[in-house]
Design a protein around this ligand. Structure first.
Ligand code: MOS
Length: 754
């Protein structure tokens, strides 16, 4: 990048951008690999009790009886909480709390709406006693046949999908589009229920002190959660302190309030002592969200040149019997390809399951898993190379609105990814490549896309007398590297070295860092931190240029620049002094600055904004067993300014690995008779291990975006999973000639059609 283009995204007062942009290693790395990082469940306040959830074992019906007296008679049991005796809540859990609240199950009645719904909580002196007490409750049920699938679920018209996205969008005349097509391809795709399966289970350690509540819990949205807990318990928000210094995987499941964590807090209130409640792995299959199943259908009309004339994407998304989160899968088709007519619509399907929620690119992951295969199928029908087909349908402007993109280096992603992968050597016909061992070889590709939100976020920067700084924002590092990238942005704006900046986050009493989700934390909290640092430097400059004893005196209109802990005259860098000198002469112990995130509202209206990428996959398939192995993955991504290439690359790798997982491994299987998940553990719910992960390359395609935010950062967390799933599925087809339109692609699906 030339210095000119860089100047659009580095704060103007920065002498040279020395911190952000560097591949710095994680600041939390040593703490994590040495075990010094403490997670929520590592806390044991004085007098703490253990609570365990009693999960329902039926999917639909009522709890007829619980043997509370047997449980209470067990040594060490302090309390058994059931709908009969649970203390009241201040907010009705059957209501949805704005802005993102879900209905939660917190023992409000005896109904059972899914397997693993909490039906009681046992509190005891030890975890062992609580666990035994839970067993002694021996629940009896009135059981109804559960609705578990497309054939017995209740279909309904979704009013909205995801978190407030439109359920139906039409642009152009879809019928005219299909009428104009010389060819129509149509197919149905299925994506299974998937569970977040973070390494760290949901946990809470709750301690009440009168009407003050302290919570140790993994949480992706500290301030929003604190406000919600305050409402559930009828206390002022200032009384709630959430601490979440480390988080062992979130994937969306720790962004939204859930019943078990509220019950842990409630238990502590009810017994008057601190309480720890940790879910088991199996208990996480139900009350803490999942990626809902989808049944998608895609119809693509194309003309003689292989240009789309119409694109219709429709999706049925499973949700619970009592809430409304429907996977916004079809909306992915609004984001990617130029077509004179596009329609995306959704229906909901009520099943007796826990409510799904956001998980690793909600909408885009499932949607692109179908769309990118449909595009491959349309290219095949047109006799075109899949990359040529995508380029023929490249959206120069947003497909549904015609708005220009704030930036879009997708073409460069295609070019660089294809070049590195060697795509131009790909034979058009499937089933024609073999390796030296006789394995079938296939190459496939997919386009990656994800929005780049800018969430409300605030930050504070304090310059200290010694010239070092403390910077604070109440966000969360959930493994993505926020501690490091955010500190780099603060250091850049402060004109300090990274090791002169102390970074604090992970507490709800810090300035609101917003949500660590939607791939928007670095862009949002980072902007706030950068602005806070800039505010400090502006104040410091003001002091220096008005101080006759400063070498910077009178630099007013010309201004000063900051770097290496010094302010310099912009026109004469031989005239400078240290921050410490300026503060000392002014008699200031510290300078405090504040900043907020923000996108120019005019830009937000004028431009469409996304991160983009292209993923190329190679698979090898054993022709005897039809076992599939991903052997190469190349992803090229453009996501605006890159703050830390090392961490960004890790984010892309992580996303692409989740793509392998989606394409070939993950699926929760429910027993149709009971609704129970049969593989609710990490032995049988498959996620990739090292042996499943191939050689990967993530190419960071440069992209300067002056509109998305002052810093020009988009977002990298979730985009890697999109595109990858379809790329792998398309590679499987290219290896075998078999289209499996149901995820995960299993060897039996291939064997059956060989
Ligand atoms: Mo994510 S699904 O925005 O945590």
């Amino acid at each position: 990048m030339s210095p000119d283009t860089q100047s659009t995204t580095i704060p103007r007062h920065v002498r040279h951008g020395s911190n952000a942009g560097q591949p710095v290693s994680r600041r939390d790395g040593v703490l994590k690999v040495t075990g010094a990082a403490t997670y929520a469940a590592d806390n044991h306040p004085e007098g703490m009790l253990h609570a365990v959830i009693v999960p329902s074992t039926i999917a639909r019906g009522r709890v007829r009886s619980l043997d509370v007296s047997a449980a209470k008679a067990h040594p060490g049991i302090v309390e058994v909480i059931t709908p009969e005796n649970r203390i009241p809540l201040h907010f009705d859990p059957n209501d949805k709390m704005p802005p993102f609240g879900f209905r939660v199950e917190v023992l409000q009645d005896d109904s059972v709406r899914y397997v693993n719904q909490p039906i009681a909580v046992v509190v005891a002196e030890t975890l062992e006693a609580a666990t035994e007490g839970a067993r002694l409750l021996a629940p009896r049920y009135e059981e109804e046949l559960p609705r578990t699938d497309l054939d017995n679920g209740e279909r309904y018209d979704a009013e909205a999908v995801g978190v407030g996205a439109p359920a139906v969008t039409t642009a152009g005349d879809i019928d005219a589009g299909f009428a104009a097509a010389t060819r129509v391809t149509e197919a149905e795709y299925y994506t299974p229920p998937q569970y977040h399966n973070a390494m760290e289970p949901h946990a809470v350690v709750a301690e009440w002190n009168g009407d003050h509540l302290t919570l140790d819990m993994p949480n992706q949205a500290l301030r929003m959660s604190a406000a919600s807990y305050a409402q559930y318990f009828g206390i002022p928000v200032e009384n709630v302190l959430i601490r979440s210094p480390f988080l062992g995987g979130g994937f969306g499941s720790k962004a939204i309030l859930n019943g078990p964590q509220i019950l842990g807090i409630l238990a502590a209130r009810q017994v008057g002592r601190p309480v720890k409640l940790v879910l088991t792995r199996a208990q996480m299959y139900g009350p803490v969200g999942h990626r809902g199943r989808t049944w998608q259908k895609l119809r693509l009309g194309t003309d003689a040149e292989g240009k789309l004339t119409a694109l219709h994407h429709t999706s049925i998304g499973a949700t619970s019997s009592f809430d409304d989160f429907v996977e916004p899968a079809a909306n992915t088709s609004l984001m990617l390809y130029a077509s004179p007519a596009i329609r995306a619509d959704h229906k909901g399907l009520r099943l007796d399951i826990g409510t799904p929620g956001p998980m690793r690119a909600p909408g885009e992951a499932s949607g692109s898993a179908a769309l990118e295969v449909a595009i491959d199928e349309a290219a095949q029908a047109c006799g075109m190379d899949p990359l040529a087909f995508r380029l023929a349908n490249y959206a120069e402007t947003e497909p549904t609105s015609g708005r220009p993109y704030s930036s879009k280096a997708l073409r460069e992603c295609y070019e660089q990814g294809a070049a590195s992968f060697g795509w131009s050597n790909r034979p058009l016909e499937p089933g024609t490549m073999r390796d030296e061992n006789g394995f079938l070889v296939g190459w496939g590709m997919g386009t990656a896309v994800f929005p780049c939100p800018q969430f409300p976020a605030e930050a504070r920067a304090t310059l200290r007398a010694d010239g070092t700084a403390l910077v604070e924002t109440g966000g969360v590092d959930m493994g993505q590297g926020a501690w490091t990238a955010l500190a780099q942005l603060a250091a850049e704006a402060l004109g300090l070295d990274l090791d002169q900046v102390e970074f604090h986050s992970g507490r709800s009493d810090l300035p609101d860092g917003g949500v660590a989700g939607g791939s928007g934390h670095t862009a949002s909290a980072g902007q706030a931190l950068s602005n806070a640092g800039s505010d400090v430097i502006a104040q410091l400059s003001e002091i220096a240029v008005n101080d006759p004893d400063s070498p910077l005196f009178g630099a007013g209109n010309i201004g000063v620049v900051a770097g290496e802990g010094r302010l310099y005259r912009r026109d004469d860098e031989t005239r400078s002094e240290t921050y410490a000198e300026i503060l000392a002469r002014a008699g200031r112990a510290e300078l405090v600055g504040s900043g907020k995130s923000g996108r120019d509202p005019a830009s937000a209206d004028r431009f469409a904004m996304n991160s983009h990428g292209a993923v190329f996959a190679e698979v090898k398939v054993d022709p005897a067993l039809m076992q599939v192995k991903v052997t190469r993955l190349v992803g090229a991504f453009a996501a605006g300014r890159v703050i830390n290439p090392k961490l960004v690359r890790s984010q892309y790798y992580g996303g692409m690995i989740w793509g392998i997982s989606f394409a070939l491994q993950e699926e929760a299987l429910a027993d149709r008779r009971t609704g129970r998940i049969m593989n609710a553990d990490l032995a049988e719910y498959h996620v990739p291990v090292n042996a499943d992960v191939p050689e990967m390359e993530a190419i960071l395609v440069p992209e300067v975006d002056p509109h998305v935010s002052p810093l020009g950062i988009k977002g990298v967390g979730e985009i890697g999973v999109t595109g990858t799933v379809g790329a792998i599925a398309n590679a499987v087809w290219h290896a075998t000639g078999i289209r499996v339109r149901k995820y995960p692609i299993r060897l039996e699906d291939l064997l059956a059609r060989r």
